[in-house]
Design a protein around this ligand. Sequence first.
Ligand code: NAD
Length: 481
Amino acid sequence: MDNLTNFINGEHVSPLKGQYLDNVNPAKGEVYSKVADSDSEDLAMAVAAAKRSYAHWQTVGYKERAQILNKIADLIDENSESLARAESIDQGKPYWLAKSLDIPRASENFRYFANLILQNTELATAMDSHGVNYVHRKPVGVVGLISPWNLPLYLLTWKIAPALAAGNCVVCKPSELTSKTAHMLGPIMKSAGLPDGVCNIILGLGGKVGAALVSHPDVPAISFTGGTVTARAIIEGSAPYYKKLSLELGGKNPNIIFADCDLDKCIETTLRSSFLNQGEICLCGSRILVEEKIYAEFIDKFVQKVSELKVGDPLDKSSFMGALVSEAHLKKVEGFIERAKKEGGKILTGGVRPDLPLEFQNGYFLRPTVIAGLDSRCEAMQEEIFGPVVTVSSFSTDEEALRLANDTRYGLSASVWTSNINRAHTFSQKLDVGQVWVNAWMKRDLRVPFGGVKFSGVGREGGVDSLDFYTEKQNICISLN
Ligand code: NAD
């Protein structure tokens, strides 16, 4: 059985105490490999390696850094089939999705930030004729990168690429549930010419080795993507060291559908925004709010299409959805459905595990689920479910739609469906979220600021915002008199 080990100072190394966690294939419910169960001593080795390499890496010029990042991108593309297959088996997502979304985005992350440092310029300001200010960007040093299980390589590389581009060394802690592609990335980066110790990857439990990374005194910044509750532990663990934090957290995103929208396009996109990646995307629209006038028509068409979605073998290209990431997560999602029923929710479709061939009967599959009839304050409309479950409700006026959309402690993203250009602007601007898509969902542009408000996050990543996080902007003022 494959042992997934740490990647420290350019080598795969076993955890010092030799302990491993089971790694389960979610589609089969079977242990198929082992993941290093690292502790604070393994972490200390990784941080020490990163610190040693930082002395050299910060002297490597931006053109050479860009060249190495571009080479990593090329090698990810060359290995895209094996990476996509590994991601699908490890996470439960369909292979076609990993091949068309996760892995291409991982290489795009490296290419984008390689390009950004080649193009980036800074402002200088003249103080009349007696002085000049300019911005000097310094890397932060050794940065801790902690990522979740839903888009494993996609989100880890969204952090590694800008951190390295900006001249930092890093210690990564991918999710213990999905460490396979991170394990594969180590040797890819080495083959691309990344010096040893610049990017270290440490595997294991969040509360153990993740917490050790957060409270390590030689790691002055942590970029974290994950749950809102975990973020609190990260804020608390890092507080004694006044660390720089970037927090990309959960969402309870509304899709607001007005009667004047292109309904067919809206329904096609809403199927994806609800159930792509089994609904395990922070940006998934889990609260569907539909204008009363078209509510019945929307429900008829949407529920019909949801009931036709195929759930099954992630490696079969006809499966729209694969398995949820773990048994614990499946049970958590089912718990939300059961409690929603008790709160008066009506299951319009789904809510059950699908009938699948013997090979997949122990897998963590769930039919896509649509629940109607819930009040906005019910648990299923307030808490992030992070699975293939959406609620549908109606509204009569723009004011009511806005009140419902903002009626949550989260504030990550929203989709607004309308053909009224004025409403598109005015309504979007009143939404308390970091990202609004109008007549679209998850149209991503790596140049724009990405992040949430309220309990959905602190800070922005993407484009120059990523460079801002992974550098300290130093002002230098030269007197000219
Ligand atoms: P999680 O918070 O359980 O875990 C995320 C990472 O943090 C994992 O690597 C985990 O091992 C680690 N971790 C756990 N406890 C820790 C601790 N005490 N100290 C340090 N590290 C710790 O999240 P998850 O279940 O892996 O992912 C799902 C969550 O991520 C959802 O809430 C989802 O919305 C969110 N998410 C947000 C975005 C975004 O960009 N805003 C993107 C994807 C996922």
